[in-house]
Design a protein. Sequence first.
Length: 338
Amino acid sequence: MVKNIVTFGEVMLRLSTQTGVRLNQTDQFTAHYGGAEANVAVSLAHFGYSVYFVSKVPDNLLGNAVERHLKSHGVQTNYLLKGGERLGTYYLEAGAGERSAQVTYDRKYSSFSQLEAVEIDIEEILQTASLFHVTGITLALSPSLRELVFLILKKAKEMGVKTSFDFNYRAKLWSQQEFSEAIKPLLPYIDICFCGELDAVHLLGLNQADGFLPQKERLKYYYQKLKETYPNIQYVCSTFRTVISSTSNRLKGNLFVEDELYQSKVHTLEPIVDRVGGGDAFAAGILWGILEELPPEQIITFATAASALKHTVYGDCNVFSSKEVFQFANTEPGKIVR
């Protein structure tokens, strides 16, 4: 059976400085298009799925560029609406050494943030879908989008469509309290949840685990508590990231299913070419593994490898096939593939 996937969110224009140049110094930017849900759509399209991206962009040259970007990666744009005043933008000041990258948003009153429920036919969008994916970034953009996401998740469960939600909390968009109030009505309708240790404590308000427990046991404790409250959640996922510098990280993936926590090996990400979209590549890898009905050990291995690969290319999107991810996961790092 063909597995269609639907993702829902905003595409933005990303303008990045060169490494070593601050935002208030630069006189040139590198442009990319991306956004959390769109990045997941691109990854899954490269993995061979039929993926539909639902969004709204302005009816101008920038909106046309977004459509071309999505189509160039094999993403279906049947439900990409045109209208509104502007495309959301963000500026990325590249990090260097111990100095972190910095994001400056310019996305208020974007076409997508003004989207209303009456503009889309939820049943039509979900009628052939196997899975629906959205993130907390979309929730942050407007009250009407929060209501729309709730309606879509509820309808998806009525129609037997798997649902996936990535917390993706952004402190520059809203407060922890606002996020917490928005997410709790949605959790009963979510099957696959991307949520880390800090999310569990600060966004869900779970009691803190014993600080003397190993990191793996603490995470397992939080995931067990989450499952006790929301038994509908079948999978909970996250990554452990150790930051040595802006271009040197360590990454390990976590997947909690059927009361067991599975972990990937540690990937050494050095040098990092572009970190943006690494979490979306991980999410897409998890979703692919679940839809392919792989064993948990293979799912987390594949997903973390997909994220590691994303760090090696410029732009928001992961552009590797599932075959390439598997090959990377099973090849000695840095070895020439002949």
